[in-house]
Design a protein around this ligand. Structure first.
Ligand SMILES: [Ca+2]
Ligand SMILES: [Ca+2]
Ligand SMILES: [Ca+2]
Ligand SMILES: [Ca+2]
Length: 286
């Protein structure tokens, strides 16, 4: 007898649950003949957006609403317009300022308990430009990777990176690569590299970083002379074949007889016989 009573209780619970489930399903069934032309599901919109729809069902008195969720939750609907008419197509200019992130948008008919909804992203907030791996250093004539991969956008993603390496505008590379292979100029020098990031909606932000370029000293190859053994008063031409990656070089000569000179090559003659060691100081100015 006890077991029988228990069975009746379970059966009653299932009936109540079924009624609740049916009630939830009845509220706002889909409007089969209504759909958004824009935004379509997963669109990204910003600023004042022109919402457009088709309506192939008759006798609807439609409204337009949004809420913060993925269309499956139970958030509070916010009215955009209580009455968007019942014609076969329509549009509404919706000012989305102040909204950011994922939203559910729906066209509904309160009388028929029907709706058509879609998820979309409102992208009104500027992205943030940022650099990884700072600080950047390199030697003159070398290169370094400028990495802007830590740039971000709270709503969508970075759609474009535009670069400026010379202060005259973002015309030194663009596209989806989030890094720049930067060729370093003359050191010692600190130069600025800028990036402008753009999100999916066209909002932009710029950031600056610096590259500390260090100088590379010139390399002396060795002095050559026009003649190995000269007599007193005979001109001898001295040449230093020095190199530098970028800089122009200056030459300062010491002929070891109390005379000096600048330039390259240089010519000198000795008044007194002897053996002389000739030195040259090569400078790149840095
Ligand atoms: Ca954004
Ligand atoms: Ca530029
Ligand atoms: Ca230099
Ligand atoms: Ca140098």
């Amino acid at each position: 007898m006890v077991t029988k009573k228990g069975s009746k209780k379970v059966g009653l619970s299932l009936i109540i649950f079924s009624i609740i489930l049916m009630t939830a399903m009845v509220v706002y069934a889909a409007i089969s003949g209504v759909n958004f032309i824009t935004p379509v599901t997963n669109d990204q919109i910003s600023d004042t957006h022109d919402i457009q729809w088709n309506n192939n069902e008759s006798n609807l008195n439609m409204g337009l609403q949004y809420r913060v969720d993925n269309c499956n939750d139970t958030g509070t609907w916010n009215n955009i317009s209580n009455d968007i008419g019942s014609s076969t197509s329509g549009s509404y200019l919706w000012n989305t300022s102040g909204l950011s992130g994922d939203y559910c948008l729906r066209i509904y008919d309160n009388v028929a308990n029907k709706e058509y909804s879609g998820i979309f992203t409102i992208d009104n907030v500027d992205p943030t430009a940022d650099f990884a791996n700072e600080p950047y250093t390199c030697t003159e004539g070398g290169w370094v990777i400028i990495n802007a991969s830590t740039s971000s956008d709270p709503e969508t993603s970075i759609a474009n990176y535009a670069w400026d390496t010379d202060g005259d505008g973002f015309d030194d590379g663009s596209g989806t690569p989030d890094f720049l292979n930067y060729t370093c100029g003359n050191g010692d020098n600190v130069t600025t590299v800028s990036v402008q990031v753009t999100d999916e909606a066209g909002n932009t932000n710029t950031g600056n970083t610096t590259v500390n370029i260090s100088n590379v000293a010139p390399v002396c190859i060795g002095i050559t002379t026009s003649i190995n053994n000269a007599v007193e008063g005979q001109d001898v031409t001295f040449t230093e074949n020095a190199t530098d990656i970028i800089d122009s070089l200056t030459y300062s000569w010491d002929f070891n007889d109390s005379n000096s000179s600048t330039g390259n090559p240089v010519t000198h003659s000795y008044d007194t016989a002897g053996t002389y060691t000739v030195g040259v100081n090569v400078s790149d100015g840095d």
